[in-house]
Design a protein around this ligand. Structure first.
Ligand code: DHE
Length: 518
């Protein structure tokens, strides 16, 4: 009897404890979040979830992201799966500092480098296809890239990439080698002539994109974590430099993106956390670049602070607010920059190093997907908006918005080609995800809407070298790349693929063909 009473009260107290015990954030994280953000919280497909990378995303704002998910990303809403207490617990868990952050310095990066011992550089392409018309199709469904003959669309090779490739692969200036980057910082080098991987290295823990130097010698990797720019030698993927990114006042900043500016012989960096644009020279003769100027009471003159010159010399351009997305004019004198939170774009003249105009660009312009072309003898550019079914067309001399083209929903990517009459614009983040809009480059009117597979997501276009064919992704696990005749819009061929995302034609990319994004 006594025994029975004791076990009853034990059971009752266990039930009571379970009822009031706070949810275990770590356990929930490992169950639901680790598959994308990694058990270490250092990032995988999803970004790193540690205070250093969460930045200002804390408290209720973080709880709202866990509950509601994030538009335009893979982050789902958990409010249907988790209670408010469980959401709060997991948010608290990810806001706690990690006991230790890996340094990710030169030695740590070099320790990850793996060169392919079987790689044998070919003397000439091992195929008969035109090496300048090769098109790559990134298949995110099973982390592969298909290498396509741009004339016959035969698959010449299909190789495995690191997990969660993001942004366009970058080509060496001669079009022979490609460099592919994943969100968790891996950079892979692949030889298009030999159809073989050359090697890979983890240049960052959470990375954004990569850029090739004007001479093909250096590859810059923009990192969120750590807040650095890693510069690799394209030859053997060794580290040339790890640049710590901090604002003039010492605030560390994540690098939103790095762009190649071949005419300037530099990389241009978009910084997420400080109101500066950086330019890093890829020219050994560069500079001197100055940190700023002060008035000297001794000499009565303006004196320069902190000059840098030569290869990788850094220049700061101060802007009103941080800008995390850029579009460049073809000679890289001006860039249009935007901030994901803002309603306006700004034009920054890189030669004089200051803002020269502002543009009304509400609804989060996606400038990285912008394209430009000549219309009535003037250069214009078009950008989609991530939050609105519209495309803004801007005159690049007067910096005026010429037209806002309405579409059936927000889209991500625009593409055209000098040899093609239309802009192809997807709208896959809205309700009409299966539609592709064709916009006449002269009249700026939507002249046709294609729905190649109703109900399926249609996104991202690339053209063949001559602009005669458009390759469009059916962005589904059992998806396809559809080849259209660019003039008649007749379907020519359908290549089955696993969730194909971006496609990249060697010629269009290395010649900076009008109509291709950066
Ligand atoms: Fe991208 C390019 C930023 C979400 C697929 N994306 C780029 C570039 C930048 C960028 C800066 C240009 C880099 C380059 O090619 O060198 N992307 C961002 C974001 O800030 C955003 C909105 C949020 C994020 O989580 O990073 C974002 N992007 C996505 C996606 O959700 C997409 C659709 C799926 C995915 O793979 O993550 C996506 N982004 C792409 C692709 C390109 C790209 C396919 C290359 C387009 C091209 O034609 O060059």
């Amino acid at each position: 009897m006594i025994r029975r009473t004791a076990s009853f009260s034990l059971l009752a107290s266990l039930i009571a404890t379970a009822a009031i015990a706070a949810p275990d954030g770590a356990m929930i994280y490992n169950d639901l979040c680790a598959s994308c953000h990694a058990e270490s919280r250092l990032g995988g497909t999803g970004p790193a979830l540690i205070p250093e990378s969460l930045g200002r995303l804390t408290g209720d704002r973080l709880i709202a992201v866990v509950a509601e998910g994030r538009a335009m990303t893979q982050m789902p809403a958990f409010k249907g799966t988790l209670s408010p207490e469980e959401i709060a617990a997991v948010a608290e868990y990810v806001q706690a500092p990690l006991p230790e952050l890996p340094a990710w310095d030169v030695d740590a990066i070099m320790a990850t480098r793996a060169l392919n011992e079987d790689y044998a550089p070919a003397e000439a392409p091992v195929f008969t296809a035109d090496p300048m018309n090769i098109t790559l199709a990134v298949e995110t469904g099973d982390s592969h890239i298909s290498v396509l003959d741009g004339d016959t669309f035969a698959v010449l090779d299909r190789f495995e990439t690191p997990y969660a490739v993001h942004g366009g692969p970058k080509f060496s200036p001669d079009g022979r080698f490609i460099f592919v980057m994943s969100r968790d910082g891996w950079v892979q080098k692949y030889d298009l002539w030999s159809l073989q991987e050359v090697g890979r290295v983890r240049a960052g823990l959470n990375s954004r994109n990569i850029a090739m130097s004007h001479d093909g010698q250096w590859l810059a990797v923009a990192n969120y974590l750590p807040a650095t720019l890693t510069i690799l030698s394209t030859d053997d993927l060794s580290v040339a430099k790890v640049v710590k990114v901090t604002g003039r006042d010492g605030t560390p900043s994540r690098v939103s993106a790095v762009y190649q500016a071949p005419r300037r012989k530099s990389f241009v960096l978009a910084l997420k956390d400080v109101p500066e644009i950086w330019e890093v020279a890829t020219d050994p003769e560069a500079g001197p670049f100055y940190e700023g100027f002060v008035h000297s009471h001794e000499s009565g003159m303006k004196e320069a602070l902190g000059a840098e010159e030569g290869l990788f010399a850094r220049r700061r351009i101060e802007v009103t607010a941080p800008l995390d997305d850029f579009f460049f004019d073809p000679d890289y004198r001006n860039l249009i920059g935007a901030n994901r939170a803002g309603e306006t774009g700004v034009v920054v003249n890189l030669d004089v190093g200051r803002e020269i105009a502002t543009l009304p660009l509400p609804g989060i312009p996606h400038l990285g997907s912008g394209i430009s072309w000549i219309r009535d003898g003037r250069r214009v550019m078009a950008t989609p908006h991530l939050n609105e079914g519209r495309i803004s067309v801007i005159d690049m001399q007067s910096w005026e918005v010429l037209k806002v083209i309405e579409t059936s929903g927000p889209g991500f990517f625009l593409r055209s080609h000098a040899g093609a009459p239309h802009i192809w614009a997807d709208v896959f983040t809205g309700p009409n995800k299966g539609q592709m809009h064709l916009i006449d480059k002269d009249s700026l009117e939507v002249v046709k809407v294609l729905t190649p597979e109703p109900g399926k997501t249609v996104a991202h276009t690339e053209f063949t070298r001559d602009g005669s064919h458009a390759l469009v992704s059916i962005w589904e696990d059992d998806g396809a790349v559809i080849v259209f005749d660019a003039k008649t819009q007749q379907e020519v061929m359908r290549l089955p693929m696993r969730k194909p995302s971006g496609k990249y034609n060697v010629w269009n990319k290395i010649t900076f063909e009008d109509g291709t994004s950066h």
